[in-house]
Ligand binder design. Structure first.
Ligand code: ATP
Length: 198
């Protein structure tokens, strides 16, 4: 069973995932981290990115984020192209991961852009993590030490919260940690019971 975890930047996805992982024998796949690994390690992906963006796309075999960000920020078509190169490879990698973790209670699949990349179709259940914009901005500022404008740029590149919430099976509101934990416990109980029925 694949359980998608999504939500806006800084809503608390990783915090929620960590609470789930304390509860059982659960596999975890972080789409963003795996995508970064694939970009830097797959020869196929590297060749395609260099063919499109030029040799400067990589520096010492690592994606030159500054160079790429500058291009995609000013040219949305090139962002589409980058996604078209990377996303199919991440999807393939995730499929293998799922096959290798069939013995787990369920698989948590964290993806900030779950709906935007149409990855929700691979999930049996979808959890959205919600927190208000002001709190998210303040938490990200503390965590990443970046400007409010940089945070807002990232937020504006993602779907609006209500659009995500309407397509989710569960909603976790992430304010006080103790209440977040209670919601996670509740959902874990439902998921482990449901698994027996599937
Ligand atoms: P991103 O989209 O950037 O990957 P995220 O949605 O995974 O972020 P987290 O990394 O879990 O969000 O949380 C963002 C920051 O807020 C972290 O520093 C985390 O420790 C803090 N945080 C998360 N939830 C809470 C909470 N309930 N109370 C206080 N701080 C929190």
């Amino acid at each position: 069973m694949i359980v998608g975890v999504t939500g806006g930047i800084g809503s608390g996805k990783s915090t929620v995932v960590n609470f789930f992982l304390e509860l059982g024998n659960i596999a975890f796949y972080h789409a963003d981290i795996e995508a970064k690994n694939i970009i830097n390690s797959s020869v196929k992906v590297k060749t395609k990115i260099e063919a499109f963006f030029g040799k400067e796309a990589y520096k010492d075999n690592v994606l030159n984020k500054k160079y790429i960000s500058n291009i995609v920020f000013h040219n949305p078509e090139s962002l589409k192209q980058l996604n078209a190169i990377v996303h199919p490879e991440v999807k393939k990698h995730f499929k293998n991961f799922v096959n290798q973790h069939k013995n787990k209670e369920y698989i948590l699949y964290e993806n900030a852009i779950l709906f935007e990349t149409k990855s929700h179709h691979t999930c049996d259940f979808i959890i959205s993590v919600y927190c208000d914009l002001k709190t998210r901005i303040s938490r990200i500022k503390n965590r990443d030490n970046i400007s409010e404008n940089a945070i807002l740029d990232r937020i504006n590149n993602q779907w609006k919260e209500d659009k995500k919430l309407l397509q989710s099976n569960y909603l976790i509101t992430n304010f006080a940690q103790i209440e977040t934990k209670n919601q996670v416990n509740h959902i874990h109980n439902i998921l482990t019971k449901k698994r027996k029925l599937i």
